[in-house]
Design a protein around this ligand. Structure first.
Ligand SMILES: Nc1nc2c(ncn2[C@@H]2O[C@H](COP(=O)(O)OP(=O)(O)OP(=O)(O)O)[C@@H](O)[C@H]2O)c(=O)[nH]1
Ligand SMILES: [Mg+2]
Length: 350
């Protein structure tokens, strides 16, 4: 996997363009020039790299839960940033991913799925969607034709229509949907979002995304890039790590338990290539704690082993993970707790 992010802010070793950036040689020339002409009495400061320009803007990914938004994000970035699972409501806050090539910088805001609000967690998730759409230059709606269009798709259409922003619609999972299902979804969105261009994609097959990416690019304004070309997210490594552990819980457990689980990293120590990581899995009830731990601790051991593998891939070195399970009664109904556990409050636009 190329470009696994390592540090704050995350940097991708290899760009998605498959080549270097035009700024590299200019940057070196500027640096040399500065060192020749700067007086030795003055402190040496690194010049900023020259400003790169092109199509640039924020793209909010909006759709009901489980349509494949995070799978799409990871595919366009070409590394695993956002958690993916077959369970709805996997993504809880917005994840920012930057895809830069020689003439464009696409900044994707992967959002929680649009759904009816029940708990404080739901409210904060939907607020994250609203803010991402407000911040966006373009809204990319996504649908899953394998399921018949439903009330949540209507909500998605309303969010897109009322934003007044340029928009595109991706009909995902075309590998799994029948042609009739794809036509039904296309007709539903053509009726609710007339004039919005539609694309049939399969997020598992990156080549199918090219026409959509091209049109998204063309619809963005031209200007200076917002992020250095090698920065691929604003998330911290430990935030991605917490999400990988939660993804493992979502993949190994069913029903309510994974939805009632929040992962908080308590320790993230580096010893050379090695990491020692401790995390607490917060659940809402004693019974859920018992399920997470499992008979003789077997479930927690599976979560730990699988998470350690993912964390090793993320950090590029061996990981020793320690997990604890604690009960935080009804934390999903408590806005303060949700903000604390899910880091909603820690960055603008989140
Ligand atoms: N067959 C098929 N499955 C897909 C495709 N894209 C995503 N999936 C699967 O759909 C499921 C949901 O994917 P996610 O990317 O987590 O969906 P999401 O829209 O981010 O979901 P939330 O975060 O819950 O809103 C996972 O099991 C993915 O593997 C696709 O193009 N084809
Ligand atoms: Mg998601």
């Amino acid at each position: 996997m190329p470009g696994v992010p390592r540090q704050w802010p995350f940097f991708q070793a290899a760009g998605n363009s498959g080549g270097g950036f035009a700024c590299d040689s200019t940057y070196l020339e500027t640096t040399n020039h500065m060192s020749e002409t700067t007086s030795s009495n003055l402190p040496q400061i690194d010049p900023l790299p020259p400003c790169l320009e092109g199509r640039v803007g924020y793209i909010a990914l909006v759709g009901r839960p489980n349509v494949g938004k995070s799978t799409f994000l990871n595919a366009v970035l070409d590394f695993r940033l956002a958690a993916v699972s077959s369970k709805p409501q996997t993504t809880r806050r917005r994840w920012l991913g930057v895809r830069t090539d020689a003439d464009s910088q696409l900044i994707f805001l992967d959002c929680p799925g649009v759904h009816e609000v029940g708990t404080a967690l739901d409210e904060l998730m939907q607020e994250a969607v609203t803010r991402a759409v407000q911040d966006a230059d373009l809204v990319l709606g996504m649908a899953d034709p394998t399921r018949p269009p439903a009330g949540e798709d209507r909500l998605v259409a309303e969010v897109i229509a009322s934003s007044g922003k340029p928009a595109c619609l991706a009909l995902n999972k075309t590998d799994a949907a029948s042609p009739e299902q794809v036509e039904a979804a296309a007709a539903f969105f053509a009726e609710h979002l007339p004039g919005i261009p539609q694309f049939r994609i399969c997020a598992l097959q990156p080549a199918s995304l090219t026409p959509l990416i091209q049109v998204v690019k063309e619809r963005l304004p031209v200007g200076p890039f917002f992020y250095p070309p090698d920065q691929s997210t604003d998330a911290m490594e430990r935030e991605v790590g917490a999400e990988l552990i939660r993804e493992t819980v979502l993949q190994l457990l069913r029903d309510e338990v994974p939805h009632a689980t929040a992962v908080v990293i308590e320790e993230w120590r580096e010893h050379g290539e090695r990491r020692r990581i401790s995390a607490v899995l917060h659940v809402e009830r004693e019974s859920q704690k018992g399920i997470l731990i499992g008979k003789s601790g077997r479930m927690l051991a599976r979560i730990r082993t699988q998470s350690e593998q993912k964390l090793a891939e993320l950090t590029g070195g061996p990981v020793r993970l320690r997990l604890w399970v604690k009960v935080a009664p009804n934390w999903r109904r408590d806005r303060r707790r949700v903000r604390e556990f899910e880091k909603f409050a820690n960055r603008p636009g989140n």
